[in-house]
Design a protein around this ligand. Structure first.
Ligand code: PEP
Ligand code: MN
Length: 263
């Protein structure tokens, strides 16, 4: 992949906020839930996330509200100044999200592992100027992560970034997904212009530790954070243990030490 292709210009949607913050619930549940969270987010948040198609490891869990969630998200955009982000996992999701003018489309960790799936998404996204963020694959394989980026670059997607959300392990550790910091560090060394976000929510799986991992990411000069935020985390329909409240998020953002500013 050409090192120069990835650029940081698109980070301007964060209006100069460093770190760039994406926040919102793991899943869209109801229109009221989305609006209530969106309206109580701290002012540092410029992009609102919500998953509407949820990749569940096993069947039977909440699989997302589906395309209707795009309408609820559009209502959030008209009632706030927030930009919108959601996960896409199939070409149909991409078409629907692009039609809804979603600003940031992210590719989830369970999708990044599959080159056929990433290629299908790259083809559907071909030439878009929307922002596309590629999460690391669930397994600690830098080649697979870079391969996914190459497929997107080949499809003419220039507003590209990555999200580090940790890696699966069969070991019992204090993390839900171990950070393996060396892997994103190696990626950053190879592609210094590629914006990188940390997702401390999926790394920790535990809201008490979101602050600590966010700080580690900022100490490594990450460009931004994606933090799952819910108005009633304990009752969330997915990822209840790791979501913070909007007030909890403000607390985290107000207390993070920003040592190195991104260029
Ligand atoms: C999510 O962001 O809610 C999600 C499903 O993430 P991941 O792909 O990192 O598991
Ligand atoms: Mn989640």
């Amino acid at each position: 992949m050409n090192k120069e292709i990835a650029n940081k210009k698109w980070l301007s949607i964060f209006e100069g906020q460093v770190p760039a913050i994406i926040a919102g619930p793991c899943s869209a549940e109801t229109p009221e839930q989305l609006m209530s969270i969106a309206k109580s987010l701290p002012e540092q948040v410029k992009v609102f996330r919500a998953g509407i198609w949820k990749p569940r490891t096993r069947p039977g869990g909440f699989e997302g509200v589906g395309a209707i969630g795009l309408e609820w998200m559009k209502d959030v955009r008209s009632e706030t100044s927030l930009k919108l982000a959601t996960e896409v996992a199939t070409a149909e999701h991409v078409d629907l999200a692009l039609n809804a003018d979603i600003d940031v489309l992210w590719i989830g960790a369970r999708t990044t592992v599959n080159p056929f799936a990433v290629q299908e998404l790259a083809d559907a996204l071909k030439g878009t100027d929307k922002i596309v963020l590629l999460k690391n694959p669930v397994n600690p394989d830098l080649g697979l992560w870079i391969g996914g980026l190459e497929r997107l670059v080949q499809a003419g997607i220039n507003n590209l970034g990555v999200i580090h959300r940790g890696f699966s392990t069969y070991e019992k550790t204090k993390y839900r997904n171990i950070p393996e910091w060396q892997i994103p560090i190696d990626l950053k060394t190879q592609f210094p212009n590629l914006p990188i976000f940390c997702d401390p929510s999926h790394i920790t799986g535990n809201r008490e530790r979101v602050m600590e991992v966010s700080q580690q990411a900022l100490d490594l000069n990450y460009d931004g954070l994606m933090i799952e935020t819910h108005n009633n985390p304990d009752k969330a329909w997915s990822d209840a243990a790791q979501q913070v409240t909007p007030i909890g998020l403000k607390n985290i953002l107000d207390n993070l030490a920003i040592r190195n500013c991104s260029d």
